[in-house]
Design a protein around this ligand. Structure first.
Ligand SMILES: *[C@@H]1O[C@H](CO)[C@@H](O)[C@H](O)[C@H]1NC(C)=O
Ligand SMILES: *[C@@H]1O[C@H](CO)[C@@H](O)[C@H](O)[C@H]1NC(C)=O
Ligand SMILES: *[C@@H]1O[C@H](CO)[C@@H](O)[C@H](O)[C@H]1NC(C)=O
Ligand SMILES: *[C@@H]1O[C@H](CO)[C@@H](O)[C@H](O)[C@H]1NC(C)=O
Ligand SMILES: *[C@@H]1O[C@H](CO)[C@@H](O)[C@H](O)[C@H]1NC(C)=O
Length: 546
């Protein structure tokens, strides 16, 4: 595949656009009039200023060459059900219907390829047809918040064809299901609002590297909501406002030091664990942050003077006041970190005295002698920080799902008597312990095999152990490029086929209508064809200028 292929397709595309607009003009004017008259009848009351004979002079209706390009009837207390063939308005670029009480099924918007802005918020629509958002290749804004009468529906993946999408606002719209992992399709997306729905599941991997600035996923239905870790935020470097409150997120707050424009971080009412990263406290763009009602650990965070912080209901810090934790606590939190700050550890390991009533820890004379974390469904790796528990005699980590290797530093534990790491998924070299240590490594099929990553504690690759050792970076760079090319080519190809089919059908229809259509076609065609490419621009400028 060479670079010239897409260019050729684009040329074909513009040729077909010209043909298309030629053939469209003759018959479509009649279509717009028919639809607009149906629309006027469907709305109660009839919108003010909709009495003139020509729909192009109705208030809120903009035309270009007698085709409807914009309808704005926002906030007029209108009721009624929209006629189903709305997508016959093939030149429509903007549709503003928000703040009415329109009900029934939303008509399909499919293949309105000039459509840029759609605002449907605060109506009474009850359903959205399948494929409603297919082929909206120029869509920039879709807003349908406060649509509480909608039957439960899923985030429409058809929107992946709208690669120009800047703003997707579907808050309080009865959405269910998960966030599809398709955000690599939305290269222009800046605003994603899915607050106040009944969505579940994790944050999609394709959030990584996205240009999203405002991410509002907060306040899903009580007892449900998004879950899993929020690590992907670290690679969303355009974020400015992040509202994740009232969900079921777990794991630590990631290092957000690359999110240099982040000013508003709402994380309250989740199940986040771990130490608040010092990088967050020194993030200079930050203005307000809420951390309330999580299971955060370690020292109480101290933010800069100008930052508005709320921390109510977090009882898991090591102290009530600011200041460092006891060194045993610090070591155990280092250990917990490599288990992904598991929630059950965070719930138990609170306060500043591990020899108090901490689960899984046994002390003698204020010294930790046993750590027993057998059968706790732990994931992650065995922390080298265990080597800092210098009085440790017994360490049970068996029957979990730990990966990585056994840290060599454990051999320096002079008091060690029992080390049980059996039935995990450990790999790499096996350190040599003194013979007095009862060392159980059973049930780790990958342990001690050569080529297990050179023995260093942190080298095992994350789940891609059998990838060829060529150049992983180049490979992933290539794969991030090609999907967009492929998507582009597919969209162009699909559009071209659709245009050919459309022109073919319309020509048949035209032949039946006789010669009148042809005359119009030629007269209007001269004016419209050259300005075809600029039409969208001037239209939307005119609209917003009003
Ligand atoms: C629209 O929905 C609201 C709230 O659900 C309801 O109060 C109102 O009666 C509905 N209006 C129509 C015309 O259906
Ligand atoms: C939310 O969705 C779940 C299924 O994920 C369902 O069991 C629950 O009833 C829904 N809650 C509401 C309030 O709609
Ligand atoms: C966070 O700060 C911004 C600007 O200072 C403000 O507009 C916004 O309402 C604040 N958010 C909350 C939840 O306090
Ligand atoms: C052990 O503790 C010391 C200080 O008490 C610290 O500098 C070191 O990083 C710790 N080692 C590990 C492996 O955490
Ligand atoms: C065990 O670890 C290897 C990598 O070392 C990984 O590919 C595999 O999926 C893991 N198995 C389980 C059951 O987690």
């Amino acid at each position: 595949m060479t670079l010239t292929d897409p260019v050729k397709s684009v040329t074909l595309l513009s040729v077909s656009k010209v043909i298309c607009s030629f053939s469209l003009l003759c018959i479509a004017t009649a279509d717009d009039a028919a639809f607009m008259s149906k629309l006027a009848k469907a709305l109660t009351p009839t919108p003010s200023g909709w009495s003139a004979t020509s729909f192009c002079s109705w208030t809120g209706v903009d035309c270009s060459a007698n085709r409807v390009i914009s309808i704005n009837i926002a906030s007029q207390s209108l009721t009624g059900t929209l006629p189903p063939d709305l997508n016959s308005l093939s030149h429509l670029t903007s549709l503003y219907l928000q703040g009415n009480a329109l009900y029934g099924a939303l008509p399909s918007l499919a293949y309105l390829s000039m459509l840029e802005s759609v605002y449907l918020d605060g109506n009474n629509f009850t359903s959205i047809p399948d494929g409603c958002f297919q082929g909206l290749t120029n869509l920039q804004s879709l807003s349908m918040t406060d649509s509480i009468n909608l039957a439960p529906w899923a985030i429409p993946t058809d929107l992946t064809q709208s690669s120009n999408l800047v703003k997707l606002d579907l808050g309080n719209a009865n959405l269910v299901g998960t966030l599809p992992d398709v955000f690599d399709s939305f290269v222009s997306l800046q605003e994603l609002c899915l607050s106040c729905n009944n969505l579940t599941g994790g944050l999609p991997k394709t959030f990584a590297g996205s240009g999203i600035q405002n991410l509002w996923l907060n306040s899903q239905k009580d007892g449900f909501g998004f879950s899993g870790i929020i690590e992907v935020l670290a690679s969303m470097t355009h974020l400015s406002q992040v509202w994740l409150h009232k969900n079921l997120f777990t794991g630590p707050i990631p290092d957000l030091s690359n999110c240099t424009t982040l000013f508003d971080l709402q994380l309250r009412d989740n199940q986040l664990t771990g130490v608040v990263p010092p990088s967050l406290m020194s993030l200079s763009s930050l203005q307000n942050v809420s951390l309330d009602n999580n299971v955060l650990q370690g020292p109480v965070p101290s933010f800069g003077k100008g930052v508005k912080v709320t921390l109510n209901g977090v009882n898991s810090f090591c102290r009530k006041d600011a200041g460092p934790c006891d060194s045993r606590v610090t070591t155990l939190l280092d250990i917990a970190k490599d288990f992904g700050y598991s929630l059950q550890l965070a719930r138990s390991w609170t306060g500043n005295d591990p020899c108090g009533d901490w689960s899984f820890v046994v002390c003698a004379a204020g010294k930790i002698i046993t750590v027993n974390l057998a059968k706790q469904n732990l994931t992650g790796t065995i922390s080298p920080a265990f080597a800092n528990l210098t009085d440790l005699r017994n360490l049970y980590l068996n029957n979990n799902n730990l990966g990585g290797s056994i840290p060599g530093g454990l051999t320096t534990l002079a008091q060690l008597e029992v080390l049980d790491v059996s039935y995990n998924n450990l790999s790499g070299d096996v350190p040599k312990f003194p013979t007095k240590v009862k060392f159980n490594t059973a049930g780790n099929a990958l342990l001690g095999h050569s080529g297990g990553g050179g023995g260093s504690g942190t080298t095992p690759s994350n789940g891609s152990g059998d990838a060829p050792s060529g150049s992983p970076n180049a490979a992933s760079g290539g794969s991030s490029l090609s999907p967009s090319w492929i998507a582009g080519i597919v969209v162009i190809a699909v559009f071209f086929v659709a245009v050919v089919v459309f022109v073919f059908c319309k020509c048949h229809a035209k032949n039946r209508h006789g010669k009148v259509g042809r005359v119009n076609n030629l007269e209007n065609g001269k004016e419209v064809v050259p300005s075809f490419g600029d039409e969208n621009v001037t239209m939307s400028i005119n609209f917003f200028g009003k």
